[in-house]
Design a protein around this ligand. Structure first.
Ligand SMILES: [Zn+2]
Length: 312
């Protein structure tokens, strides 16, 4: 695959709104910066970011530099949480999560906003760039961290960039087995995985079936959203939609009884193929999707204590 140059639509480059009605105080996504991170992470030089590889370490270095430059506070020294993994060939490998935080006035309950940054690497000489899966969610979480570093939230928000999702949710499981904060303080998880390929201008939010208290907030978010936000994919045989709960890092939170909302798109023809490239992404729709998610996170932060019960 060749690296191509990407031209940002003018509306994005200038940061002009796309016509969405954002609630006041909601994060303003730096779309140019997000697009730059997205294309950097999805470049051939990152070699598909497979856990334990040089390309994965390069991607991690990029994330740490970005967070440092934006003055985002590290949650753990140097932003990195190492974990041991035994994977396939039984040799021990090192997995590394990248963790940062924006402290709120209320630190008693925490929201974890997450995305996995790893992908499946190089296969038969072909780089699997994993642009949608999940350079898209990673760059979105970076942009959110950048915004919240300068505009502190009401409740503390942890920005978790997980490694080893493709190897079986390894990073999120390690995070929850050795949590850097007491587990009972984590009120909710918002997980982003595949948020760029809005081929039908449609984004899904899963989680409101097991955690119905999210439904009104998601409905409010959907009303003003510049994309079609659909709820579902969160229980067996739900009107023919596949159950996605176990499909990404939200499963690790769900297994610990932590409520989650997962944002993502349905599988597309490039899913887990070497053609999941940045040039197949419509920048305007990707930014619109992230704005929608940012609005939801803002609403959740504002109303966390009313919405999410204290039950653990
Ligand atoms: Zn993924």
């Amino acid at each position: 695959m060749s690296l191509r140059r990407f031209l940002l639509p003018l509306a994005l480059a200038s940061g002009a709104p796309l016509g969405a009605q954002q609630p006041s105080g909601a994060p303003v996504i730096d779309s140019a910066s997000m697009w730059q991170s997205f294309t950097a992470l999805a470049a051939d030089s990152m070699e598909g970011r497979r856990m334990g590889t040089a390309g994965n370490a390069r991607a991690r270095g990029f994330l740490v530099r970005r967070l440092t430059a934006a003055n985002v506070e590290p949650l753990v020294p140097g932003y990195v949480q190492h974990f041991d993994v035994v994977w396939r060939d039984t040799s021990a490998r090192d997995g590394v999560n990248v963790l940062s935080v924006a402290r709120g006035a209320d630190t008693s309950r925490i929201i974890v906003v997450s995305a996995h940054f790893d992908h499946v690497g190089v296969r038969r000489g072909e780089v699997y760039n994993g642009a949608d899966d999940n350079a898209s969610g990673t760059a979105a979480v970076l942009a959110l961290a950048q915004w919240y570093a300068a505009h502190p939230p009401r409740h503390t928000i942890i920005f978790a960039l997980f490694d080893g999702e493709e190897a079986g949710l390894r990073g999120s499981r390690a995070f929850l087995e050795s949590p850097p904060v007491p587990l009972r303080r984590i009120a909710a998880n918002v997980n982003l995985d595949m948020v760029a390929r809005l081929d039908k201008n449609e984004l899904f939010a899963a989680g409101a079936t097991p955690y119905p208290f999210f439904r009104p907030l998601l409905r409010e978010t959907a009303r003003g959203a510049p994309v079609t936000l659909r709820l579902g994919h969160d229980f067996k045989q739900s009107d023919g939609l596949e159950d996605w709960i176990s499909q990404s890092d939200q499963a690790s939170f769900h297994d610990k009884g932590i409520p989650f909302v997962y944002f993502g798109v349905e599988d597309h023809p490039d899913y887990h193929r070497s053609t999941d490239d940045a040039e197949r992404v419509d920048a305007g729709r990707y930014v619109a999707a992230v704005r929608t998610i940012a609005d939801f996170i803002h609403r959740l932060d504002e109303s966390l204590d009313k919405v999410v019960p204290r039950h653990r």
